[in-house]
Write a protein that binds this ligand. Structure first.
Ligand code: ME8
Length: 639
């Protein structure tokens, strides 16, 4: 029987966009899922959307949308982004789906019936941003949230409570008996210390707003969003449904069950979730992998502070795999990482352009030059340096597999780069261009090239989980079908028939140029001009402002600044050319509402007709009306 693997990301709040910080969780889960598939394991990779709660309701209100409209929009965008980031999820669960709602309602009723949930009175401090309650001792000064620092609100309610206190000791016992339940160990220690200070029963229902799953037996209450959200890991497996085969296969009888979470949501997963499972008498089958934060120099990447980078800002210019590799290779397990463009560019040039890219292109060029592209498995005894390479490859396979199984991607990838560097060294040690001058050394030259190509094959195999597109190109260039880890050993290939010319996988970056480009994006250097002469209200009234929806957006060919947008205004689609390409990616704009000057005389801009003008956010103090696009935090307004 095949081994199974069930790996989950947290389900993302449907209140906002994904930035490179929170994309980290999903990228590493993807690498883990792909790794298990290559091991031949029956793998299920789950991600999804957390769509209920006060935070979403308030975000929808701010944007002038119904909550369902907002979550539909964000779920669609997020799913599309995951596809663009090559995330191989098997299921995308949304907490507003019926398959989930039903399970949450059943769980709640079961816990009511067993007495693990009871009705009581609540008065406490609540942080809407984190959707979490805090005791007076947990809160910072001036009633601010200990996690995010925002002000908390006093909430009073007649509410249902989950008996955390009843399970406090059982949880501590479980953690002690399962030392690898929470990884890394520092996070486990944090949880133990927190629980030992004493738990309080948890308020698990709300009546002050409606956007949640109603309690079946008492529908004026909605289920606390974290109880709702955590249940996704089971509802996606068909738990408590007519068909719970996946629950049986991946959970009850599963081999590997991993929840991956950032350190900010540790408490919910390490305390509430196992206690819920104990109360439900469901076996605790999961292990928790807790990662740190991606930080900017200015602090935590967060949407509300405006201190973040969108994945598209990186992948549109430097490629998806450069981004995926950087995130996976540079983030140490459990610790934070500061993202800087300087470091990203350096790693790009060293790891990708120099080490990997050069190895592949040099080797393919030599295979063509000396063997017309066809290299056979050698029959002569390998050189000492080749034996050394084979031996290193064997060690790397073992270390890599053990590191990736334990979520230590950084060390696993360092192993792969050891092999890449050792393979590059083989070229310097054997000097194939000298061997080629001596017809009697043809066999030796053949053996060297075979070792180079075979090493590149196994390197590509180990890179498949992290940079799948690049690894696939390499397989193609070697003239091989991509395969799985059953072929992760040296010397399996009989013949390589490589392509005539390898493509440049990663073009070396001019770091100074790129830094300048990024700096110009952050603080656009644009000339300001004096404020124009006053106009009267009558003059202003001549301007016809309409709300339109962007249905398509593209770069204008040959221009760095201009986007060509197709905007639906009333029932007509207009083309508008707008100089916002430095601030917005085309894909970000599709579906967004914008304000359009609808009665501006059509004009040609760089050869393209423009039927109106878009009012969009730009730098401070610029001579241009500022209107925020609706997907931004601050609210749309024409000033
Ligand atoms: O927490 N660096 O959703 P979310 C690294 N809905 N990881 C980060 C990060 C950063 N700068 N910022 C956020 C939720 N994350 C809940 C989950 S699961 C039952 C419910 C991580 O959209 C964060 O730690 O706020 C979490 O793992 C993920 O992004 C989604 O966060």
């Amino acid at each position: 029987m095949k081994k199974t693997c069930y790996v989950t990301t947290p389900i993302y709040y449907a209140s906002g966009n994904v930035h490179i910080g929170n994309s980290y969780t999903t990228i590493v889960c993807d690498a883990f899922a792909r790794f298990h598939r290559l091991l031949g394991h029956d793998t299920k990779f789950l991600t999804g959307m957390d769509e209920h709660g006060q935070k979403i309701a308030e975000a929808a209100l701010k944007k002038g949308l119904a909550p369902q409209e907002l979550v539909d929009l964000v779920a669609g965008e997020t799913k599309q982004l995951w596809q663009e980031l090559n995330i191989s999820f098997d299921d995308f669960i949304r907490t507003t789906e019926e398959r989930h709602v039903k399970v949450v309602q059943k769980i709640f009723e079961q816990l009511l019936a067993s007495g693990d949930i009871y009705l009581g009175n609540y008065e406490g401090d609540y942080c809407v941003s984190c959707e979490a309650f805090f005791t007076k001792t947990q809160m910072k000064e001036a009633n601010t949230c200990p996690d995010c620092g925002k002000p908390t609100r006093v909430v009073q309610d007649r509410s249902y409570f989950l008996r955390l206190t009843k399970y406090q000791q059982a949880l501590l016992d479980y953690i002690e008996a399962h030392p690898d339940f929470i990884q890394p160990a520092t996070r486990k220690n944090e949880v133990v210390a927190f629980v030992e200070r004493g738990l309080e029963d948890l308020c698990v229902s709300r009546t002050s707003f409606q956007w949640g799953i109603p309690v079946l037996s008492d529908p004026k209450h909605v289920v606390y969003v974290w109880i709702d959200a955590l249940a996704n890991y089971l509802s996606a497996l068909g738990f408590y449904s007519d068909n719970d085969a996946d629950y049986q296969k991946y959970w009850v009888n599963g081999d590997t069950v991993i929840h991956v979470v950032g350190k900010d949501i540790l408490r919910f997963h390490a305390i509430y979730w196992p206690i819920l499972l104990m109360a439900l008498q469901v076996p605790i089958r999961f292990k928790l992998m807790v990662h740190g934060w991606v930080l900017m120099k200015e602090g935590k990447m967060s949407k509300s502070s405006g201190n973040f980078i969108y994945p598209h800002e990186i992948i549109d210019r430097y490629g998806l795999d450069a981004f995926r590799l950087f995130m996976t290779k540079e983030m140490p397990l459990g610790n934070d990482m500061v993202f800087t463009y300087e470091r990203f560019f350096e790693k790009y040039n060293v790891d990708l352009a120099n080490d990997l890219g050069n190895l592949v292109s040099r080797t393919i060029a030599m295979a063509n030059k000396y063997f017309n592209g066809q290299v056979e498995k050698p029959i002569i005894h390998p050189l000492d340096v080749e034996l050394e390479l084979e031996q290193l490859a064997q060690e790397v396979f073992e270390n890599y597999q053990s590191a990736f199984s334990g979520f230590r991607f950084q060390s696993g990838l360092m192993e792969v780069w050891n092999l890449i560097n050792r393979t590059n060294k083989l070229i310097d040690e054997t000097l194939p261009w000298d061997l080629a001058k001596d017809p009697l050394k043809k066999d030796v030259l053949n053996s060297v090239l075979y070792h180079l190509l075979e090493s590149i094959r196994v390197i590509a195999l180990m890179l498949l989980p992290v940079i799948p597109d690049t690894a696939k190109i390499i397989f193609h260039e070697l003239g091989l079908e991509e395969s799985d880890f059953s072929t992760l050993s040296f010397g399996l290939t009989n013949t390589f028939q490589v392509v005539k010319k390898a493509r440049v996988l990663f073009k070396r970056l001019d770091i100074e140029e790129e830094l300048k480009f990024q700096a110009s994006k952050q603080t656009p250097i644009r000339k300001t001009s004096p404020i124009k002469a006053e106009i009267t209200i009558d003059e202003f009234n001549k301007v016809d402002l309409r709300v339109g929806v962007v249905v398509d957006a593209k770069h204008l060919e040959g221009s760095n600044n201009l986007l060509v947008l197709q905007v639906q205004v009333e029932d007509k689609i207009r083309q508008i050319v707008s100089g916002i390409a430095q601030d917005y990616n085309p894909s970000q704009l599709i579906g967004k509402k914008i304000v359009v000057v609808a009665n501006l005389k059509p004009a040609k801009v760089r050869g393209a007709i423009s039927e109106g003008m878009l009012l969009a956010a730009s730098g401070d103090g610029l001579p241009f009306e500022v209107v925020e696009l609706q997907n931004h935090d601050s609210y749309s307004k024409v000033s």
